[in-house]
Design a protein. Sequence first.
Length: 236
Amino acid sequence: MVLTPMQEIFVLLEDEKQVPLFRLNRWGRQARGVLSKLKKVGWAKRINTAGEIYYEITGVGEKAIDNFLKPLKFSEKWDGRWRLVMFDVPEAKRGLRDNIRRELTKLGLGILQASVWISPNDIRDDIEKIIKKYNLEGEIKFFDVGRNPNLDKTIIEKSWNLEELYDDYKQYILRAARILNNIDKDPNQVFTAKKLIFEYALILRKDPILPWEYREQDELRKRAHDIYLKLRSFIV
């Protein structure tokens, strides 16, 4: 999962806060479209300083970065509860249904069955925000249920595409390890480290983020997490 130009530019803005336009042009024609999108969603703004054009990350953009990196903080012990989200939106409102699916996917939820999504994390507040955002009172139902150890593995395998997830981990580990071996020669090592951490967070968003008691038994997850800890040493 290599970062898109938009994600790279967004990380650069977060790293330096304010970047001159001529440096952003390294992304070629794509830079113009990316900067336009970042302005439209309020994550960046265009400023003119002494005749020089700069782009600067906004407070909204900083919060968006924090949201992207949120999965990095899911390291506490699992409380052993599953969160089920069900929504009843008619097919005639396809645009709304698609928006809901995108929002739930961003939160890392898996699909247990049609219109039934699941997460091991306490995402109640996030669901409340989705309900308010789309005025879905009564159309989205949230359930907090206890675990069944005999079914946990089945639930996970049914709800998430683990093969695709593991492939993302493998590719990330190979690429990040190669970059880390030469990062001391990189004049932009902080930016490089932040890009790799951002990429790792995007993979975690697709992961059910199970408790460490499960995740540490998975060699791929552990190796990726070890790389993340090494990368952090370059930015703290």
